[in-house]
Design a protein around this ligand. Structure first.
Ligand code: ASP
Length: 320
């Protein structure tokens, strides 16, 4: 490994209506500490000559294992009272990709997404099939109760109550709109390794009170995750339906590759397109020269970055 080749990892822990006056110093500290642990885990991989894919996995596993984030342990509940998880991963050099959705027993869905990419002929496996495949690959399988947290259960009860009210005013009771004011907590990472290769990954529990079987953008290649060495690596967080409709991650990468515009501008264009159809959220992007951007059009997004110097930088609000 050439000492001076740039390495970088950028992560997010979800975007949403995070209010400065509601976030206690203690809670902010806990989030920042967890983000820093994730950055340090990913950096250890990159600094020892590991690949960007392995760094993305290392960073995301830390956040999946933390109850603070809406991914793995700590994931939100669906309307059916289950934690239905999804994740995706993509490698920029080969544009190989893997994803899982609707899984309830895989401790680290990002590892399962990676196994789908490496060990199957497919890009996406869902539900039982994904769980069986993960077990065959010797990934850790847990009882669904592993994902239970009281806090998320309480959130579901609140959402169910609110939804009844929402439904009363909704012309189409079948349309269950996510509450835009609830903080979301999907996690994601983009990495550049010393060989100049990009990778991106995203993992989530989705939306509180989502319908049984609902799949968001986080497991969809081109929506929540995309990586292409010819442009950038991208991971998204936000109102999944709109991110899917905007092909958010691919759209951002395509702006850079075809229009040669600065990466932050490309992210802003995508976020504006999402806003135009009623969505919001954030994007982290990283280029092969180490340039990166962490953009969001919500009041906050848990985010952070680390490079060769190994100093973890974390933020929650714009400019902080
Ligand atoms: N994008 C995720 C979803 O729609 C939610 C989030 O980013 O927090 O499932």
């Amino acid at each position: 490994m050439a000492d001076n080749s740039p390495i970088r990892l950028v992560i997010h822990g979800g975007a949403g209506a995070i209010k400065r006056n509601k976030l206690t110093a203690e809670r902010e500290h806990a989030y920042r500490r967890a983000l820093a642990q994730s950055l340090i885990a990913g950096h250890a991989v990159l600094a020892s000559g590991g690949s960007s894919i392995d760094a993305v996995i290392a960073a995301i596993v830390v956040m999946e294992d933390s109850p603070l984030f809406n991914a793995g342990k700590g994931a939100v509940f669906s309307h059916a009272g289950r934690n239905e998880l999804e994740a995706s991963i993509m490698e920029g050099s080969t544009r190989m990709a893997g994803a899982v959705a609707g899984v309830t027993t895989i401790r680290n869905p990002i590892r399962a997404a990676h196994a789908v990419m490496k060990k199957s002929a497919h890009v996406m496996l869902i539900g039982r099939g994904a769980e069986t495949f993960a077990a065959e690959q010797d990934l850790e399988i847990v009882d669904p109760s592993y994902f239970y947290t009281q806090h998320r259960w309480n959130q579901l009860q609140k959402a169910i109550a609110k939804e009844c009210i929402l439904r009363d005013h909704d012309a189409d009771p079948g349309t269950l709109l996510p509450d835009k004011d609830e903080k979301r907590g999907t996690v994601g990472a983009v990495a550049l390794d010393c060989y100049g290769n990009l990778a991106a990954g995203t993992s989530t529990g989705g939306l509180t009170n989502k319908r049984y079987g609902r799949v968001g953008d986080s497991s969809i290649i081109g929506a929540g995750t995309y990586a292409d060495n010819r442009s950038i690596a991208v991971s998204a967080t936000g109102t999944g339906e709109m991110f899917i409709r905007a092909a958010a991650a691919f759209n951002t990468a395509a702006q850079v590759r075809l229009k040669h515009i600065p990466i932050a501008e490309a992210a802003d264009i995508t976020l504006a397109e999402i806003a135009a159809i009623g969505g919001d959220g954030g994007l982290i992007v990283l280029a092969t020269n180490g340039e990166y951007a962490m953009r969001f059009n919500t009041s906050g997004m848990y985010h952070g970055t680390i490079n060769n110097d190994g100093i973890a930088w974390t933020g929650v609000f714009p400019g902080a």
